[in-house]
Design a protein around this ligand. Structure first.
Ligand code: ADP
Ligand code: MG
Length: 459
């Protein structure tokens, strides 16, 4: 990532704000160790951080200790990606900058180090219904006969219907069945970032290809992330062919059917169509109820303690998305058991505990596209002007406001905002958002514009 000094400073201010929040009760600790830190440079996935003294360096260096952990967490939240932290004193920076490079070599991480199978997701705790029966059958078939029947297996559905769960279940099952074989799961978040990182250098690309040669089963989650990533698509195409040609299995998930993957090359889409594509639908009421029961049991609670009408209420009101249903149940559990220490949970209590979520759901249909549309109409522009590269001051202002609102109202990750707004990088988005935040403090015209746009969005 290329960042200017100003951007680095802005990023670091956000990190320090996060740390302050995390350490709320311990301002003394903050002042002693954190306040005096700064960001020296970003090299690949390594942040070089300047610390106040060698004593501070000791405090930060232990990865299992709170200094490192707090810093790591704050960086993760601000940067929305997993960075290695390298701590340097001012003296070290002055005397030996090459040292930084050596340290970087030492800390080189293996490919996809963060992408691991989650043992929590199994076939046993995946509820079957008409909505997903075929996908479960195909996954089990593939896990038992990899590379033989259908390659690739392509599973698609709307969000929150169990694709990731099923992919992990398949991987876990396969690992148990073939202990000597290697499975690689690649998550949405890491997918493009790692590919893009390695695509930069030819040497690394070769290493990455070699790495995939060692994998027997490749599970790729949310392949739609490849849209409009030409270089990544090219490399992925090669890796995909390596797998299929050598009879090794690939399983892909996506939020849409292969033919709807606009911005992914035709040759790749046609490869996806070569195997078996299966869609999963939204579970019906009875399946939602069964899922609820499974989740209650997995929380070490008894279904008998829940009023059946209350469970039916949840299944009815969170009927579109299992993730939301699970979120609602977690809230009920928190509210009734942790908070009120109830053992018998009736309909009224369930309604009461999820009522904020139901209210939120009403206004929660706003999307990034709605924000762009509303800002564009407020400033009398077209949506595509907002996401374009044009830099006239009025368009740039509207664009900054739209980026700010995506962040503020939807908490959209910086990376995603950059993508939506014409492929801008993460640090450009941070700069834009910070600029609006700063100006908002004093600029009444801006305050009025933003509150008018928000009002229109919430209608
Ligand atoms: P997706 O990848 O399609 O967005 P996930 O796999 O992340 O969805 O599922 C969201 C949550 O819903 C997970 O916690 C998952 O365990 C749960 N879930 C989805 N479908 C089922 C199911 N049929 N049985 C049990 N849990 C499910
Ligand atoms: Mg998923």
């Amino acid at each position: 990532m290329v960042t200017s000094l100003v951007q680095q400073k802005q990023i670091w201010n956000l990190v320090l704000d996060k740390i302050k929040n995390l350490l709320q009760q311990d301002i003394h600790l903050y002042q002693t160790f954190f306040e005096d830190t700064s960001l020296y440079s970003i090299e690949g996935n390594m942040l070089n951080i300047v610390v106040g003294s060698s004593f501070c360096k000791q405090f930060f260096q232990q990865e299992d200790q709170s200094g490192y952990q707090t810093m790591y967490r704050a960086v993760l939240e601000v940067m929305e990606s997993d960075y290695q932290l390298n701590f340097l004193t001012k003296e070290e920076i002055n005397s030996n900058t090459t040292d930084i490079k050596n340290k970087k070599e030492e800390k080189k991480v293996p490919f996809f180090a963060n992408c691991i199978l989650n043992p929590k997701y199994t076939f046993d705790n995946f509820v079957s219904g008409d909505c997903n029966k075929e996908a479960i059958q195909a996954s089990l078939l593939i896990a038992t006969n990899p590379g033989i029947s259908y390659n690739p297996l392509f599973i698609y559905s709307k969000p929150g219907l169990g694709k990731t769960h099923l992919l992990h279940a398949l991987g876990n099952y396969y690992k148990e069945k073939y202990p000597g074989k290697r499975v690689q799961y690649i998550s949405t978040d890491n997918f493009v970032t790692e590919f893009v990182k390695y695509v930069r250098g030819n040497q690394e690309t070769e290493n990455l290809k070699d790495y995939f040669e060692t994998i027997d089963l490749l599970l790729i989650d949310d392949i739609q992330t490849l849209q409009n990533k030409k270089a990544t698509c090219d490399l992925f195409f090669t890796i995909f062919n390596q797998f299929v040609n050598s009879g090794r299995q690939i399983v892909l998930t996506s939020d849409r059917a292969p033919n709807d993957l606009q911005g992914v090359e035709e040759r790749l889409v046609s490869r996806f169509n070569m195997g078996l594509s299966i869609s999963m639908r939204t579970p019906d009421f009875d399946t939602m109820l069964k899922i609820l029961e499974k989740k209650i049991i997995s929380n070490q609670l008894s279904v008998r303690n829940f009023d059946p009408d209350g469970l039916a209420f949840l299944a009815q009101n969170f009927s579109k998305n299992v993730r939301d249903l699970e979120g609602a149940l977690n809230r009920v559990i928190f509210y009734t058991i942790t908070f009120k220490h109830l053992t018998r949970i009736d309909l009224e209590t369930i309604k009461e505990s999820v009522s904020p979520m139901l209210k939120q759901k009403k206004g929660a249909n706003i999307t990034e596209e709605d924000i762009i549309e509303e800002v564009a109409s407020y400033y009398n522009m077209t949506d595509s002007q907002i996401t374009s590269k044009v830099r006239t001051s009025q368009i740039a202002l509207a664009r900054r406001i739209a980026m700010y609102l995506c962040r503020e109202m939807l908490n959209t990750p910086y990376l995603k905002i950059g993508k939506i707004f014409g492929g801008r990088d993460h640090s450009t988005v941070i700069t834009a958002v910070v600029k609006v935040e700063t100006e908002l403090k004093t600029d009444t015209q801006l305050q009025n514009a933003i509150s008018a746009i928000k009002k229109r969005l919430k209608k």
